[in-house]
Design a binder for this molecule. Structure first.
Ligand code: CDT
Length: 599
């Protein structure tokens, strides 16, 4: 007996940055009514449907929350009307939105709301976040800052059963229809589909925002006619939906946010419903608000699932290991026998890069410190190295002045770093201390990790016989003396001299005064026999010249940020990786085994 369900996509045209929430909601309600009037049982809305696609803008922290949905979206006043109307109409909906969790984490999310149950029965958080963390420098570039605003999804692709779609319930021996969700960029990746395919998915839902012409971002080259670029983007969208529906023997529905946002940011249309053989059953005709529907007999999935794509009979997982073990490409050795895996000396987890990318992580949640460090190091970089700053997010400590701040800031910063770590070849922890984040990252990652204190001490040991440390406060004085002992370098250290300042005073006090205090501290250390001085705080980075002037050219003054970046560059060029045989073995698997995937 056929199991026919009428599925719909509610395509949405331009949504401008200035459009009020009510205006957009009214459009969504009209689309939902229109779909219900055509007999649809399930209506898919696009990715980030309640607002414009805001990740294309640089948005200040104060404004960012207003682009996200907080709390339960079925009851929050801004979004409730959509769910109420779905309930009234007896129609299920799936809708994408920017989610802010109670723990202040941000995800690009979608949910499936069942009118049969009167509740959300499944949630998905986008895993493949496209684009960049830092904006493109080209002022005309279309930005795609999803990596900046969202964390990669942490819910996996979980297929789920949807109750109440079949008039007389599921046929004997069969359960309710099996659905799965993914968001935009996920549709281009075979892995997203196969994970759902392996759970017997019968309908895949995918909302999207895809730029038609964005040469800085992807495929289209700058010389391409925008019309030609749009055609290519549309073709690739449909290719992805049709190809992956076929190879996983599933229906799929895709819903676009499209048109010209703000009159200039173009997004492609092309919403479509595809059957398990890969044929398009329905497709949008406009780049505006439009509903498409198709009757989908879910039993049509069985041919593919039982024959060509009977996974149980035909898959050969013993040959699929690379798919879960390796992210980037490792080419075979070249014919002259040399390895072809390394470009510019860099290959992390097999990811080849044009440039060595160092992540400078400031565990203090104070951005000007990060910016100062990046600016200071930039002129020292060779052309094939870039340093990208990351400031630990609020509410982490704004200044790290003791153990409490140390541990709290590590817990915050590790959550910021791990999701983006695979984009970097090495990581510098920009806090002058034996910071807990250093060891946490060494356990979880393979890339070389160093702190600015360690790096400056390694440099000091190479460049001089005795070093002294200019510390910020009396307390950091003690912490740094302890750290020097911990590093086993006590016998080379003439002492730690404090400036008796707070970390943030390095910026807030008059620069002349801070320079004078630091110069005095440096002079005292030289008098005790230091031939090298290290600056005991990332916030001191810009004050190095004042100390150099005070102690003269024969004393080497070492800034930990510069020392750290170049130390890491050296290790990356050497192909160095964190050793995993002992102390730095990851305990992730142990946590998973205990049911604690905590971070
Ligand atoms: N929103 C979204 O994921 N857009 C991406 C843009 C591509 S950037 C390479 C997409 O896959 O359509």
């Amino acid at each position: 007996m056929p199991r026919v369900v009428r599925l719909a996509a509610a395509q949405m045209g331009a949504t401008h940055r200035t459009d009020g929430r009510e205006k957009t909601m009214a459009r969504m309600l009209r689309l939902l009514d229109a779909a219900a009037a055509q007999g649809a049982k399930v209506v898919l809305f696009p990715e980030i449907a309640f607002t414009t696609f805001f990740p294309r803008y640089i948005i200040h922290e104060d404004e960012l929350e207003s682009w996200h949905e907080q709390g339960d979206i079925t009851t929050s006043p801004q979004t409730k009307p959509l769910f109420d109307r779905a309930q009234e109409l007896g129609v299920d909906i799936s809708v994408g939105f920017a989610e802010a969790t109670d723990d202040a984490e941000h995800f690009n999310t979608c949910v499936y709301y069942s009118s049969h149950d009167g509740s959300i029965i499944s949630k998905y958080r986008k895993i493949h976040l496209p684009g960049t963390f830092e904006p493109f420098e080209n002022p005309d570039a279309i930005q795609q800052l999803e990596k900046r605003y969202f964390k990669p999804g942490n819910l996996g692709w979980k297929a789920f059963r949807v109750p109440g779609l079949e008039k007389n319930g599921p046929p004997e021996g069969r359960g309710d229809p099996i659905f799965g969700m993914m968001i935009c960029n996920d549709r281009r990746w075979a892995e997203s589909w196969r994970v759902l395919g392996l759970q017997g998915v019968e309908v895949v839902l995918c909302g999207y925002n895809t730029a038609g012409y964005a040469p800085d971002l992807w495929g289209a080259d700058a010389n391409m006619d925008p019309k030609e670029a749009e055609e290519r983007a549309l073709m690739q969208h449909k290719l992805s939906m049709q190809g992956h529906s076929y190879t996983n023997a599933t229906f799929s529905v895709s819903a676009a946010r499209c048109g010209y946002d703000d009159g200039k940011f173009h997004l492609i249309a092309g919403s479509c419903i595809v059957d398990p053989e890969g044929y398009i059953l329905a497709e949008s005709r406009t780049s505006e608000d439009e509903v498409i529907v198709a009757d989908c007999d879910l039993d049509a999935c069985q041919a593919g699932k039982k024959k060509t794509f009977d996974f149980g009979r035909h898959r050969r997982i013993e040959h699929y290991k690379l798919i879960t073990e390796q992210t980037g490409v490792i080419e075979p050795p070249s014919t002259d026998g040399t390895s072809a895996t390394v470009v510019n000396g860099t290959s992390v987890n097999g990811v080849r890069r044009e440039k060595i990318r160092i992540l400078l992580c400031n565990p203090n949640s104070t951005k000007f410190m990060t910016d100062n460090c990046v600016e200071m190091v930039k002129p020292t970089l060779p052309p094939d190295v870039e340093v990208i700053g990351l400031t630990a997010s609020a509410p982490g400590p704004t200044a790290i002045e003791g153990n409490f701040d140390n541990i709290l800031s590590a817990a915050t910063a590790v959550r910021d770093v791990l999701p983006v770590a695979s984009d970097f070849d090495a990581i510098l922890v920009a806090c002058y201390s034996d910071h807990a984040l250093i060891r946490m990252l060494r356990e979880e990652l393979e890339q070389p990790i160093v702190g600015i204190m360690e790096a400056s001490l390694f440099a000091a040991r190479t460049l001089g016989a005795r070093f002294g440390i200019i510390a910020v406060s009396e307390r950091s004085n003690i912490m740094q003396a302890d750290a020097v002992r911990h590093y086993g370098l006590e016998s080379f250290c003439v002492g730690v001299e404090s400036c008796d300042l707070g970390v943030l005073e390095l910026e807030s006090k008059p620069t002349e005064e801070v320079m004078r205090i630091m110069a005095e501290a440096g002079t005292k250390l030289v008098a005790k026999g230091a031939d090298t001085l290290t600056l005991g705080c990332a916030g001191m980075t810009l004050l190095k010249p004042a100390v150099e002037k005070a102690v003269g050219k024969d004393v080497a003054v070492i800034d930990g940020v510069i020392a750290g970046v170049h130390h890491l560059v050296g290790l990356v060029r050497m192909g160095g990786k964190t050793a995993k045989a002992g102390f730095y073995r990851s305990s992730e698997q142990d946590r998973i085994a205990r049911g604690q995937k905590v971070w």
